[in-house]
Design a protein around this ligand. Structure first.
Ligand code: ADP
Ligand code: MG
Length: 730
């Protein structure tokens, strides 16, 4: 792109008008879930006994027989065809991130030379996508060549355009998970089982524990023409070069500012479409960085919430294009400016009440609250390294540990009141808490935590795992990640902690200890054990890094090394005892994560090298020639001593350009060589480490010189849209 073209594109982008979004004639309550085959539609389109059966399948996980599936498919087909649907697809969540689909028409030969629309129970329930191109970490080649996708009846079917979308798990023929959904469902089952057993100490009527997730999705919007002029954004999702804009987020004005018109139109369109797909969008606002925004729905059951998050990311991308934008879901599209994350608000509740909500009406309620808080902390304490592995990626690594995102050390913020309460419990002994009149007199004296928390402006933004009133908020999750990766770990770890907790409590009860006392004793023990994970201070500070090291927390920053914790002995034990993932599955997943890491950095290395050699160097040299030309002319008209003085500045710039150019050429050569060396490594883990240690740092290092050139070279010549142009477009 020549500079004149750049100016033209920037000018056009400024002039763009908001795309008109037609007003809906009805209210959100009327079009909500219009395109979802939910219970309401099931009741309408399925025979009564089939509807009952489906409710049982959804609520209690009972088996779906083929006859029922056929009846469901028939009702679904009728509903879908009324909406103009012609195709269906199994929609699944492979380990590549994102979602995958394979579309099939609703058509079948009618045996008389014609066609009929057909959609059977079998097509609904199971398919064999030709998925050999999805990563499987060797699982499918080791175990069995084929994989299949199977409907998850707990996730309602929905319609996009002319296609019926069927959410599925994706597994190998021998049962190994090749996706995120299958282990997620197992982890939800594990936490349900473990948490229900513990909840029954307090509420004997509780029969089920549900995990809730409320995600907050951050993203950037960039004008699509500017995006198209940035090969790095196009191919890697982030800018690999670009000097800071003189103004970026220091004024904090974007956060509080009104939403620009073009963006508001995009948001409105997105929200309508999301609501029609049953995603309960609730809040939207500007984020800290220019052109950064956030969308959050009302929380939902975890499995459904994750489907909805995958769907919203897909929608964001398509709706953005309709509005002349590109939606950037990369965790760090712009250096020096806040990155994007996805806060995962997580909580557990029984069919009779919320488990992380305190204080309760009775002492028992309060003990329930403390128990679930402390056992969640135990889970995080035992598996802090694994939790970090669950959120790390080549892209999220750029965001973590920066001065704006959660630090790369997992710790938990509880706030002053809750901390005080735990300290009091830890120090108290039974005699203090139980006086002679026994249980009735016991008061855990819990202040109104949720109420106070809500008003608490200091919710400690630097904590990666913060308690925020009635839930924990895991903030280290990357903006483009599948939330399932971290939710699988968190749910399983909490299931393990609660199972272990119950075993110890039951052992005490077996020895004749009163249940209430037994619980209190184990809780007290655990408060002491998990203390190192609690931290309310500034997570960005260097002192915390040192303190965390002393506490034995994981302070590693290399992504490939962090990923190793998927294979820690404690990880393998946890996942197999909770029946969520086998060792072979973990090995496969870790291999895929290492491979993905390598590929991302490899692509960045290539794109960056190319840009340096065929965009930056030629332009810098052209500008340098112009300066040289000027110096020569100066020399031709001035006497020698005057000429030296007059051309001093240009001489200086000529030298600067030479130095930067030389540095870039030499180090791009080293970058290419580093890739060559890394590519020869066959072990996937070693290869990822080589990419992390040798390739990635070179990109960042050379970039400094490119960014300096951007400041030197005449703005007219610069080929790539600049930060200030991409970030302040309206
Ligand atoms: P913030 O101040 O962090 O932006 P919000 O009020 O926007 O918080 O809520 C963030 C998310 O937390 C929303 O999706 C909300 O539905 C969710 N949330 C609220 N309560 C719970 C809960 N008990 N369990 C899980 N998620 C919850
Ligand atoms: Mg939040």
């Amino acid at each position: 792109m020549s500079s004149t073209l750049r100016f033209q594109v920037v000018g056009e982008a400024f002039k763009k008008k908001a795309v008109e979004v037609p007003n809906r004639e009805s209210r959100p309550s009327e079009f909500f879930a219009k395109y979802v085959f939910n219970r309401q539609k099931m009741a309408k389109y399925l025979p009564g006994y089939v509807y009952e059966k489906m409710c049982d399948v959804i609520d209690n996980g009972s088996k779906l027989d083929l006859a029922t599936a056929d009846a469901v498919a028939a009702g679904m087909k009728q509903w879908a065809m009324e909406l103009g649907v012609t195709h269906c697809t199994h929609w699944f969540q492979p380990l590549t991130e994102g979602t995958a689909e394979k579309h099939d028409g609703f058509v079948e030969h009618d045996g008389k030379g014609g066609m009929i629309e057909e959609f059977t129970g079998k097509a609904l329930v199971q398919q064999e996508p030709d998925a050999s191109s999805f990563p499987s970490g060797g699982i499918r080649s080791t175990f069995e060549a084929r994989g299949y996708s199977a409907w998850d009846p707990a996730s309602p079917v929905f319609v996009i355009g002319d296609t019926l979308m069927i959410p599925t798990v994706f597994i190998s023929y021998t049962g190994e998970a090749l996706d995120y959904k299958a282990p997620l469902k197992k982890s939800l089952k594990a936490v349900d089982k473990a948490a229900t057993a513990v909840a029954q100490y307090f509420y004997p009527d509780a029969t089920k524990v549900i995990c809730n997730l409320g995600w907050e999705q951050e993203y950037f919007l960039v004008d699509e023409d500017l995006y198209a002029a940035r090969p790095d954004l196009l191919m890697t999702g982030r800018t690999l070069m670009g000097h800071d804009s003189a103004r970026n987020q220091q004024m904090d004005d974007h956060y509080f500012g009104s939403i620009p018109e073009r963006v508001a139109a995009f948001m409105k369109d997105l929200e309508i479409q999301a609501l029609e797909l049953g995603i309960p969008c609730k809040t939207r606002h500007n984020e800290v960085a220019p052109n950064q925004f956030e969308l959050a729905p009302i929380y939902e059951e975890c499995n459904l919430a994750i489907d909805h998050n995958m769907l919203i990311m897909q929608l964001m991308r398509t709706v953005a294009r309709k509005h002349g934008f590109r939606c950037l879901l990369h965790e760090k599209p712009f250096a020096g400016i806040n990155g994007s994350g996805k806060h995962n608000n997580w909580s557990l509740c029984t069919n009779t009440g919320v488990l992380l909500h305190g204080p309760g009406k009775t002492a028992l309620d309060n003990l329930r609250f403390v128990t679930f808080i402390v056992e969640t902390l135990m889970a995080v304490y035992r598996h802090d390294s694994l939790l970090k592995a669950s959120i790390i990626s080549a892209t999220n690594a750029h965001r973590l540990g920066g001065n704006e995102a959660p630090p790369s050390i997992i710790s938990s913020f509880l706030g002053a009141q809750l901390t005080e309460l735990l300290e009091k419990l830890e120090e108290s002994d039974d005699d203090e808490l139980f006086n002679l009149s026994g249980k009735q007199a016991l008061s855990l004296d819990i202040p109104q935590i949720p109420e106070l928390m809500r008003d608490n402006t200091d919710r400690n933004r630097t904590s990666p795992f913060a308690f925020t009133g009635n839930r924990f908020e895991f903030r280290a999750v990357g903006s483009q990640a599948n939330c399932a990766a971290s939710m699988i770990v968190l749910n399983t770890a909490v299931a393990e902690a609660l199972t272990d907790f119950k075993a110890r409590v039951d052992a005490l009860i077996g020895q004749g200890v009163d249940t209430f006392k037994a619980i209190l004793n184990v809780v007290r023990e655990d408060i002491k054990t998990c203390k190192p994970i609690r931290f309310d201070g500034n997570g960005y500070s260097e002192e915390w890094r040192q303190e965390a090291t002393r506490r034995g927390l994981n302070v590693e920053t290399s992504a490939p090394i962090i990923l190793d914790h998927y294979l820690d002995e404690s990880t393998v034990r946890m996942f197999s005892s909770m029946n969520v993932l086998s060792e072979a599955e973990l090995q496969a997943r870790t291999e895929i994560k290492h491979e993905t890491y390598t590929k991302k950095v490899q692509i960045e290395g290539r794109v960056f090298g190319d840009l340096c050699l065929n965009h930056i160097l030629p332009i810098a040299t052209r500008y340098q020639s112009q300066l040289i030309d000027n110096v020569c002319k100066v020399q031709s008209i001035f006497p020698v001593d005057r000429a030296a003085k007059v051309s001093a500045t240009n001489m200086y710039l000529i030298e600067q350009i030479s130095e930067h150019n030389a540095y870039i050429v030499e180090n791009v050569e080293r970058l290419i060589e580093a890739r060559r060396v890394a590519n020869r490594i066959t072990d996937v883990r070693e290869k990822a480490i080589a990419y992390h240690d040798t390739v990635a740092p070179l990109i960042e290092d050379i970039r400094q010189h490119v960014d300096k050139l951007e400041m030197i070279v005449d703005d007219e010549y610069w080929p790539l849209p600049k930060y200030r142009e991409m970030l302040f477009i309206r």
